[in-house]
Design a protein around this ligand. Structure first.
Ligand code: BDP
Length: 652
């Protein structure tokens, strides 16, 4: 059970954190109370088909209704989950996966806050029902932000957090009424509170001369639109009753010999025999072992290398876990395994003991119409663009991305800094124990999901928190130590912008990830200050912490097609010139302690409406439709040059 005792040194007391339990709805009309969630009582292996497992995708059109009642609570009061949604009111067709915000012409749905209801009926294959040895699991890849799931009117699970999967075993439930289709209802609420990640607040406007009764807004402190809905695939999948529940691998190598240490947990029965077989890319036998933990030796190992660092990047072995159970069918799960090491020195980031230089991007899961909804054409296009650019890495700003994206990174050798949704933590009340204990659970869920991806080389626990606030130091120390305890093989960072962080937090991070917007948010239009300010900034960081530094964000908005020379802000020329000035400083520091540059941002993306954003953030080097601005060509030239200078396999 994932709930944490958080010792609050600063307050001198101990408090029991209710981890992801009662979602605290904002006071007033949106209040509903929920039961406690037990998020981490098992593994979260990506569903996969094998001779012993089946997968059925439930993507497509679902019935949908937003609860527009003043307190957003009508769905619960009238128990919409008990009957078909069409029997309790009007519904519209809603695609899954997709954010619901940009699908219709209705501005109230675009900006809706509160509960929305999704429903669909599905036929479960008869043999899944008749075979008592089959376990049927309902899984949601992600839904933003808080979800409750019912099957045939019975609640099966609930989950807090918008970017990580959750699931429920529904075998016994569907066996109750075997001939009826199975009705799945998912209620999703996008309300953010001081304790959610990211945090937000609901503000009621009580001045009746200016606002109608009950008028409220959701305030957020992060720079992207709070897209909502079911964002990733909904699946039914089966496993045998006695099944492989989780697998963890850690890899190492010495000279030509690789080592894969593994741990497997089995659920649902005892007396299991586990056979582990490692195969190479061509399916040839490499090594085998038995038992729930052990090691596999790989002679003449082919290491997992990043893209542009080796002629054969992203090499993956397959680890087949075959489990035999007394009087049961047994199970099989195959995990892709990349053998590589990560180490950090005072000045370098090492992959397989060679210096790695990040030349990459920050992204968002964001596109026209779909919002944050999973979309293969978009994902493949983005990978093609990244390869065209010569990108070897990206950061999952500002939340965990779909697992399918990380799997592609594994295969293509794209290195990932894996960030949790700890963004916009600016209110002092968001440093309290309830927030911290939820943040710890989110890190548990993130590490549990992504621990086996060779592409993931570092965890980022937050982006630009208000680290100058007194409780921040304890908060981040706890969070970073917790993450390091969860995974001792990867460095941990949090992404900073505040100079104040030089006095806080720094000692706990393994790599300094610093954002800066010189000549943009400060000294506007004055490109000439960049060399001085940026190099002073780097020198101060390094002098104080003696850690390698990554420029984790830098950039300028550019409205595509807007031109001015000499450059002025918002033109393509200004974006180019600003990047160029940054690059000059990067090149001076590159052979010292500076280990990477990630542009903000890969593509333009949607934000809330406001006077600083013209239909979204325009710092993309591609438009939101993935067409290049001038900066894309500048960066492409640079990244391929960097790949030649830094990416070659250096001789030992
Ligand atoms: C950074 C934030 C990022 C913003 C960016 C910007 O980390 O989320 O989108 O600024 O203002 O500070 O463009």
């Amino acid at each position: 059970m994932a709930s944490y005792i958080v010792a609050t040194a600063a307050l001198g007391r101990t408090d029991r954190g209710e981890a992801a339990g009662h979602w605290r709805a904002p006071p007033g009309p949106l209040t509903t109370m929920f039961g406690t969630v037990l998020p981490l009582d098992g593994g979260m292996l990506f569903p996969q088909e094998s001779s012993f497992r089946e997968v059925k995708e439930l993507n497509g059109l679902w019935d949908f209704r937003a609860d527009g009642s003043p307190n957003r609570n009508e769905g619960f009061e009238k128990a919409w989950y008990k009957r078909r949604l069409t029997e309790t009111g009007p519904v519209i067709e809603m695609p899954v996966p997709a954010s619901y915000n940009d699908i219709t012409q209705d501005p109230t749905l675009r900006d809706f806050i509160g509960w929305v209801w999704y429903e669909r009926e599905v036929f479960v294959p008869a043999r899944w029902i008749s075979d008592e040895g089959t376990r049927v699991v309902l899984r949601v890849g992600s839904a933003h932000y808080y979800s409750i799931v019912w099957v045939n009117g019975e609640k099966v699970t609930e989950h807090e957090g918008g970017h990580l999967p959750f699931e429920a075993e529904i075998s016994s439930l569907i066996r109750k009424e075997p001939t009826k289709p199975c009705r799945i209802t998912i209620a999703v609420n996008n309300t953010l509170t001081l304790e959610t990640l990211p945090p937000g607040t609901i503000q009621y406007m009580n001045d009746s001369s200016r606002y109608p009764d009950g008028f409220f807004v959701q305030n957020i402190d992060f720079d992207f639109f709070n897209y909502a809905g079911i964002h990733r695939s909904v699946l039914l999948y089966t496993t045998p009753k006695v099944h492989v529940d989780d697998i963890s691998v850690e890899t190492n190598f010495m000279d030509n010999t690789g080592l894969v240490r593994y741990k497997v947990s089995v659920q649902g029965g005892f007396n299991n025999t586990l056979n582990i077989t490692l195969m190479d890319k061509d399916g040839h036998f490499v090594a085998s072992s038995t038992g729930s933990s052990g090691g596999l030796k790989v002679v003449d190992v082919k290491l997992w290398w990043p893209y542009l660092m080796h002629e054969n990047p992203g090499y993956l072995y397959s680890m087949k876990v075959r489990q035999h159970a007394h009087r049961h069918v047994g199970d099989e799960y195959t995990l892709p395994v990349g053998i590589r090491t990560i180490n950090v020195t005072n000045t370098q980031f090492l992959i397989n003991n060679k210096p790695f230089y990040f030349h990459g991007v920050n992204k968002h899961e964001d596109s026209d119409i779909r919002g944050r909804g999973f979309d293969w054409p978009l994902i493949v296009k983005d990978f093609n663009l990244m390869k065209w650019l010569g990108v070897n890495s990206f950061r999952t700003s500002h939340y965990p991305y779909a697992e399918e994206i990380l799997q592609m990174c594994d295969r293509h050798g794209i290195v990932v800094i894996d960030e949790c949704p700890g963004v916009g933590i600016k209110d002092i009340r968001s440093f309290r124990n309830a927030s911290l204990s939820h943040h710890l659970v989110v890190m548990d869920e993130l590490v549990r999901r992504d621990k086996n991806h060779p592409s993931v080389v570092m965890w980022s626990v937050a982006n630009e928190p208000a680290s100058e606030m007194p409780p921040a130091e304890f908060y981040f120390k706890t969070l970073i130590e917790h993450t390091k305890a969860l995974d001792q093989t990867r460095p941990v960072t949090y992404v900073t912008i505040a100079a104040a962080d030089m006095d806080k937090g720094g000692p706990y991070v393994d790599v300094v990830c610093a954002n800066s917007y010189f000549a943009w948010y400060f000294d506007q239009g004055r490109l000439d200050i960049i060399p001085l300010q940026l190099s002073t900034h780097f020198e101060n960081w390094y002098r104080k912490y003696q850690r390698p530094i990554i420029q984790s964000e830098y950039g300028a908005d550019a409205v595509p097609g807007l031109h001015m020379d000499p450059p002025m802000m918002f033109t393509e020329e200004y974006q180019n010139a600003l990047l160029q000035s940054y690059h000059d400083v990067f090149d001076q520091k590159r052979n010292q302690y500076f280990v990477g540059e990630l542009i903000w941002n890969f593509a333009d993306f949607m934000t809330s409406q406001g006077i600083y954003r013209v239909v979204g953030n325009k710092k993309g080097i591609f438009t939101r439709q993935r067409q290049p601005k001038a900066a894309a060509f500048l960066l492409r030239k640079r990244y391929w040059r960097l790949a030649n200078e830094t990416g070659r396999l250096l001789p030992d």
